[in-house]
Design a protein around this ligand. Structure first.
Ligand SMILES: Cc1cc2nc3c(=O)[nH]c(=O)nc-3n(C[C@H](O)[C@H](O)[C@H](O)COP(=O)(O)OP(=O)(O)OC[C@H]3O[C@@H](n4cnc5c(N)ncnc54)[C@H](O)[C@@H]3O)c2cc1C
Length: 429
């Protein structure tokens, strides 16, 4: 087969979105994918953040239903919480692959047998080979080596068609031995998802696990899949970066898996550009900051949510204690300037960012303008809309007020920040 710049294994949301974004960056991309067993009836919940990211990136949102309320029966958690978009995964994945083909990606419908980063070869199960400048692993949890270096308590999800799905929203319910999520698509098809500890072998094991949580017989057409959190790629492999679940697989409870699939795809073009430019260290640090941080944050948010279930049975006790006792969001009380690696105009750049109570990860821009130079110009003056107006030209009064409010929430002005503002970038930690 002809040479290409990037060959991607796996065409789920992560692989397809990565292919589209790389093709847009001008690279010749091939993507090989084979359908997932049991994928046809798969319904998941996409957060409004996923819908927002798809719109921002101009990515197809086929099969994404309008957002509905998520009703929650979960011990100490509020009864009605958030909204989510029921999503028909088969249609969603197919829509992204069709868009990839439209945007110049060569989509090959075939199973991948092997990736050989040293030889830069992707081998298909039918014996064909794709030579590429770089390989990308996007085969989800089924990717070789995708069992993870760190894993949460072993968890199984049992999915079954639901002939009588809840109307008017999705339902999430904690039970003594696990939890249940039920959802329906606008066409009336529904799903019940039971999440619990792994069962014994075979159909009898699945039936026992289902009954343990749902208290009913295992419905016809139910299937099981592993669902625990897995951290596979805390570090970037420059020869074969991993995206989506192949890098980090997140607990389905979080509803964050699809967001990570898309956002890790979004990281790929600047990461590959940095590698091509000989900036491997920058690419590695950027990846480590985002990937490992996402895993630990999601693991700890999940732990805190499990603690709210109101149950102390072994299923809940194990998950309420994993991964550790550290806070999900380490509190930031004092604003400070820190060095962060950011994406600017499609490239990785090292820049200063403000770390503050309302921006614990660091904020580098305010209304599209670099934030730290703006803080320097403000100095010790309060960030009133009037003071911000000449620094943020062309902004409306409402935007200036919002910016002033955000800076006040960040704790500014704070005299402790002034020494940080006079330091050169190299001296910033
Ligand atoms: C039970 C369960 C429920 C979930 N619910 C939610 C939810 O409600 N909300 C949410 O945001 N996330 C949810 N997730 C997480 C979400 O499904 C994943 O994070 C997301 O699908 C990851 O996308 P991906 O592209 O990395 O992997 P995948 O979606 O797994 O895609 C991998 C692709 O690679 C293909 N492939 C695999 N092996 C090969 C091979 N050898 N050759 C060729 N192709 C191959 C597969 O067929 C598939 O198309 C859930 C996960 C589970 C397990």
């Amino acid at each position: 087969m002809r040479f290409c710049d990037v060959a991607i294994a796996g065409g789920g949301p992560a692989g397809a979105a990565a292919a589209i974004l790389l093709a847009r960056a001008g690279l010749r991309v091939r993507l090989a994918t084979a359908p997932q067993p049991g994928g046809a009836g798969r319904i998941e919940g996409a957060s409004p953040r996923v819908a927002g990211l798809l719109a921002r990136l101009g990515l197809a949102a086929e099969g994404l239903a309008p957002a509905v309320p998520r009703q929650v029966a979960w011990g100490g958690a509020p009864a009605a919480q958030n909204r989510e978009h029921p999503i028909d995964r088969a249609r969603f994945d197919a829509g992204l692959l069709a868009q990839a083909a439209d945007e110049g990606v060569e989509v090959i419908r075939a199973a991948v047998a092997r990736l050989d980063p040293a030889a830069r070869l992707l081998s298909l199960a039918d014996g064909r080979e794709i030579a590429a400048g770089r390989l990308v692993e996007a085969r989800g949890r089924r990717a070789p080596g995708g069992t993870g270096r760190r894993r949460g308590p072993a968890t199984v999800a049992l999915l079954a068609p639901d002939p009588d799905p809840p109307a008017g929203g999705t339902r999430l319910e904690a039970r003594a031995a696990g939890w249940i999520w039920r959802a329906a698509l606008p066409d009336g098809r529904g799903v019940t998802q039971v999440v619990t500890d792994p069962a014994g072998p075979g159909r009898a094991g699945l039936a026992e696990a289902w009954a343990r949580v749902a208290g009913t017989a295992l419905p016809a057409g139910a299937r099981a899949t592993a669902a625990e959190m897995r951290l596979t790629a805390p570090r970037l492999d420059p020869a074969c970066p991993r995206v989506g679940d192949a890098a980090i697989a997140i607990d389905p409870l979080s509803g964050h898996g699809l967001f990570w699939a898309l956002s890790s795809a979004l990281m790929l073009p600047p990461v590959l550009a940095a590698l091509e430019a000989g900036q491997a260290d920058l690419a590695r640090r950027f990846w480590a900051d985002r990937a490992a941080a996402t895993f630990w944050r999601q693991a700890r948010i999940g732990r805190d949510f499990h603690r709210l279930s109101g149950f102390a049975t072994p299923f809940w006790a194990a998950r309420a204690a994993w991964p550790d006792a550290a806070p999900a969001h380490p509190p930031v009380t004092t604003p400070a300037i820190r060095r962060r690696i950011l994406v600017a105009a499609g490239r990785l750049v090292e820049a200063e960012a403000l770390v503050a109570p309302n921006a614990p990860e660091g904020a580098a821009f305010l209304l599209g303008r670099p934030l730290v130079p703006l803080l320097r110009a403000l100095g010790a003056r309060p960030a009133t809309p009037e003071a911000l107006a000449p620094l943020l030209p062309g902004r409306t009064a409402a935007e200036l007020q919002a910016a002033a409010r955000w800076l006040a929430e960040a704790g500014l002005p704070d005299p402790r920040l002034l020494p940080d503002l006079t330091r050169p970038l190299e001296a910033v930690p």
